[in-house]
Structures are given as structure tokens and as C-alpha cells.
Design a protein around this ligand. Structure first.
Ligand code: GDP
Length: 293
């Protein structure tokens, strides 16, 4: 049986779920268990305000229902309160800072669709980092998909323009664009992303675009600041949480939902091409609260 947490996020299980179990076994919440739960949630990067929200609801709602059931409801509500984008997108625009796992995820997403029999076109629009195109080339070969690259320092929009033409002319099903991840000012980032999006909507006006922000799950508060900056610069469809294999901090998912109101849509959990899954909120919460090794 596919097991969302134990397969992908073993460390989340050992650092979070397994410690949650003894707290949830109790009949009601006393001061001591509130403190323990608070500590556990904060250590898991749930954030102070989301942790307070969860504990306050737990205190009021667990009077007549068991603690585990109440916590399950609250955690799932938190994730499901965030509006979800359309699921049948053809175009995926990946944004995020260097090192956040963007190129790796582009390769994994290409593989994910290629294994479903889709014809995938990858575009290496990060013309600023010399190794980025070469890295994406390797992923494209591994996934068995076509790739469009540009010259070093070529305007990313012109590479995307060339990609759009091939997408149309050669009738690809899925179009994945890896963008540059330079740290830059808000105004520059805003202009660059607006220019890229204008090229896409002009060339492909009838396609559905998902703009996905990759954030490194290990970076905690820094990831939040990055996500907030990107959210101010462009409209984001969702977040790809990367490096979930290297963190035990499973609470970040709730903080992102509650504080940023952006859905987590995918998780990436390793360096192999098949180590990513679409994020499944009910499964995640179910296993976080109930699964036992
Ligand atoms: P980019 O600069 O945003 O394109 O980031 P890369 O895709 O180049 O990834 C940066 C580093 O993180 C590389 O060494 C990747 O192998 C590694 N990496 C990316 N995703 C994951 C992941 O999910 N888990 C682990 N453990 N490492 C990852």
C-alpha cells in the first residue's frame, strides 16, 4: 500500500507523528499536554500563529470528541480552506530562488507526465546560471522528453517564446518552464515574471498555466519570506515543497496554508526522478495523526 508519510517523509514520522501519538492518546488536554503539543508544533515549523490557532480550536472543540479526531478535523480544515487551482493545466511555470530545487522538480514533473503517456516539452529559461541548462538537459534525457534551451544570457522570454512555438507546432501536451532563480529586487522580479507571463498568454491564450513556487522545506522561516516576496510579485497557483526527505518539520504545510493562503500542490523528496508526489491533504493529515509504525 502506498504510504504517504512513511515512504516519502520518514523523518517527519520519527520527529513529529510518533511524538504526537502519546499526547493524542489522552482523554482530554491538561496544561502539560497543551505545552507539549505547542512545543511539538512549533518545532515542526508550524509557526507561532498557526500553532495558536490549532491549540485554541483544539481546546474548544475537543470537549465531546476525542483529541485525535478533533486534531484531524482542524488540520484538514486548515489545508482545505485554501482555494485550489484548476487541476488540468498544460503549462507549468516554475519559479523560486537558486538552490530551492526548481530544476530537479522540473525534471521530476516532466517524468511524471511522460510516464502517463503525455508528450512533454521542457524549456530551460534560466540563461543566467551556466549549469542550469546542462542540468535540465540531463533530466530531459532521463525522462525521455524534448528540451528547448537558449544561449548564455539570452533573454529568458525569448527562449520561452521559442518554446511556445515548438509547443504549438509540434502539438505537445505538457509544457514545463524552468526560470532563473537569481535573488533580485522586488521590482525586477515583478517585471521579469510579468514579461514571461505576457509571452505565454499572448502565444497560448487558451491554455491553463500553473505558476509553481519551489521552496526548500528545510529553510523554515526563510522559506516563508521567499514565498511572501514571490506572492507579492506574481500570482502563484501553488507551492512545491522540496527536500521533504531532509526535514522532520511536517508542520510547515499548515503554516503555508494558514499564513500565506497558498496551497501546497506537490512535494519533492529526494534526488531520483520519481521522488515526487502531488500533495494529498487528506492522506497527509490521516497519516500524520493516525499512522503507527
Ligand atoms: P534550483 O537552483 O532551484 O534549480 O535547484 P536544484 O534543482 O539545482 O537543486 C539544488 C540542490 O538540491 C541540488 O543539489 C539537488 O540535487 C538538491 N535537491 C533538489 N531537490 C531535492 C529533494 O527533494 N531532496 C533532496 N535531498 N535534495 C534535493
Amino acid at each position: 500500500m502506498f504510504n504517504f508519510i512513511k515512504q516519502a517523509f520518514r523523518s517527519i514520522y520519527t520527529q513529529f507523528s510518533s511524538k504526537l501519538a502519546p499526547i493524542l492518546k489522552q482523554k482530554s488536554l491538561d496544561e502539560q499536554s497543551i505545552k507539549e503539543l505547542e512545543k511539538l508544533l512549533i518545532a515542526a515549523d508550524t509557526g507561532i500563529s498557526t500553532t495558536r490557532y490549532i491549540i485554541n480550536r483544539l481546546k474548544t472543540e475537543s470537549a465531546h470528541i476525542s483529541l485525535d479526531k478533533t486534531l484531524h478535523t482542524i488540520l484538514l480544515d486548515t489545508l482545505q480552506a485554501v482555494p485550489q487551482p484548476s487541476t488540468n493545466a498544460q503549462i507549468y511555470l516554475l519559479v523560486g530562488i537558486n538552490g530551492s530545487g526548481k530544476t530537479t522538480f522540473a525534471g521530476k514533473l516532466a517524468h511524471y507526465y511522460a510516464t502517463q503517456g503525455k508528450r512533454v516539452l521542457l524549456v530551460a529559461a534560466d540563461t543566467f546560471r551556466a549549469a542550469a541548462s546542462a542540468q535540465l538537459h540531463i533530466w530531459a534525457q532521463q525522462a525521455g522528453v524534448t528540451i528547448v534551451t537558449g544561449d548564455a544570457h539570452q533573454d529568458p522570454s525569448s527562449v520561452i517564446f521559442a518554446g511556445c512555438s515548438r509547443y504549438i507546432n509540434e502539438k505537445f501536451d505538457i509544457f514545463i518552464i524552468d526560470t532563473a532563480g537569481r535573488l533580485q529586487t522586488k521590482t525586477n522580479l515583478m517585471h521579469e515574471l510579468a514579461k514571461i507571463k505576457k509571452v505565454i498568454t499572448k502565444q497560448l491564450p487558451h491554455s491553463t498555466v500553473q505558476t509553481l513556487l519551489t521552496i526548500d522545506a528545510m529553510l523554515g522561516q526563510n522559506s516563508f519570506e521567499q514565498a511572501a516576496l514571490f506572492k507579492e510579485c506574481t500570482s502563484l497557483s501553488g507551492i512545491v515543497l522540496t527536500k521533504m526527505d531532509s526535514t522532520g518539520k511536517g508542520g510547515i504545510v499548515f503554516a503555508i496554508a494558514k499564513e500565506l493562503q497558498i496551497p501546497v500542490l506537490y512535494v519533492s523528496y529526494g534526488e531520483k526522478i520519481d521522488q515526487m508526489v502531488p500533495f494529498d491533504a487528506p492522506k497527509y493529515v490521516q497519516e500524520l495523526v493516525y499512522e503507527r509504525i
